[in-house]
Design a protein around this ligand. Structure first.
Ligand code: NDP
Length: 321
């Protein structure tokens, strides 16, 4: 496993990490989650990603139970959660979502309870909240760090301008600013990581924990001939995700990428993941998985990245045009 520094911090994350969105509680049970987390941990994964809204808190509870069961040294893992969407779904009342001081503080306390840990290593603002002053957000995150409840804080799907406004406020008031952004990044979704955040990698020094590196599974090739039963895009309630990804042009490009992968003697998911982590501004690509075999396959990306040279990257670029 390769470990990369998170932006300009001293924290190192495994370049492949593991997240629980959709899968925990909705697709897999405790034993299954145990198998996947153990496989990841035994293969060097040190970062596990979660959020208050995943399965409305049940995902954190499941991860908490597994962590308890495994008794891994707490200092060997990096745990995250995210605040914004709330954990009560349709029952969310005012102040149970967003980034007010009240919700950030209460969400953090509830995430710690569900995960059964004393602190989070990373705490993300899951989306920007235009209704809360940036100073209130920065002060609250800074206070959580001072209280030892979180170690670092970051953003997810914020614009570069929003991230910089947090930095500016933090700098002016001698507070700790955000050090990491969690954006989507895969061959179809590149603008934020490759262009918008480009000036931020050096100064202030942004790390990235990128999500959906396989475009929810599209980049495994499993949707080339329809929607297989039991797959994420066949799940009731995820029709929006199917509409987003299973589009003629995208599927055609995935077919061409699949042909290229075959020529290179690698699988499509390993090529797609290797493409992702070849970008040095990606600190870690967060994997999702419902089966151990998926993780076994996807980990081979660590080898594929070593052989994906400029010529092959050029061929991928040609297909994506
Ligand atoms: P991916 O794009 O990698 O999709 C993962 C899914 O693809 C798996 O659950 C599985 O679904 C399928 N899959 C993976 N590998 C294979 C394989 N080798 N063969 C066949 N199918 C495979 O990542 P996610 O969309 O799950 O995102 C990863 C993590 O990122 C999340 O868990 C979460 O922690 C984070 N995230 C953060 C967001 C944010 O807003 N900050 C938003 C979304 C995710 P199946 O078997 O069901 O088909």
């Amino acid at each position: 496993m390769e470990y990369r520094y998170l932006g300009k911090t001293g924290l190192q994350l495994s370049v492949l990490s593991f997240g629980s969105w959709v899968t925990f509680h909705k697709q897999i049970d405790d034993n299954h989650a145990d198998e996947l987390m153990s496989f990841a941990y035994d293969n060097g994964v040190n970062f596990f990603d979660n959020a208050e809204v995943y399965a409305l808190g049940e995902s954190e509870k499941m991860m908490g139970r597994i962590l308890k069961r495994k008794s891994w040294d707490r200092t060997s893992v990096v745990l995250s959660s995210k605040v914004y969407f709330g954990s009560r779904g349709k029952e969310n009342k005012p102040n149970q979502t967003g980034l007010s001081r009240k919700h950030i503080m209460e969400a953090c306390r509830e995430s710690l309870q569900r995960l059964q840990v004393d602190y989070l290593d990373l705490f993300f603002c899951h989306r920007p909240d235009p209704n809360t002053p940036i100073g209130e957000i920065v002060w609250t995150m800074h206070n959580l760090i001072q209280h030892g409840k979180i170690l670092y804080w970051g953003t997810s799907m914020w614009s570069a301008e929003e991230i910089m406004s947090a930095h500016k406020f933090a700098k002016e008031h001698n507070l700790i600013g955000p050090v990491v952004e969690q954006p989507e990044y895969n061959v179809f979704e590149r603008t934020k990581v490759e262009q918008e955040y480009a000036p931020l990698y050096n100064d202030p020094g942004l790390g990235t924990t990128v999500w959906s590196p396989l475009a929810a599974g599209l980049l495994t090739g499993k949707y080339l001939n329809g929607i297989p039963e039991g797959s994420r895009l066949a799940m009731p309630g995820f029709e929006w995700l199917k509409e987003r990804w299973v589009q003629e042009e995208k599927v055609r490009k995935v077919g061409a990428l699949n042909d290229l992968a075959k020529q290179l003697n690698v699988s499509l998911p390993t090529m797609a993941l290797a493409w992702c982590i070849k970008n040095p501004n990606v600190t870690t690509a967060i994997l999702g998985a419902t089966k151990r075999e998926q993780l076994e396959e996807n980990f081979k990306a660590l080898e594929v990245v070593k052989v994906l040279n400029d010529e092959e990257m050029g061929k991928i670029e040609e297909i994506l045009k």
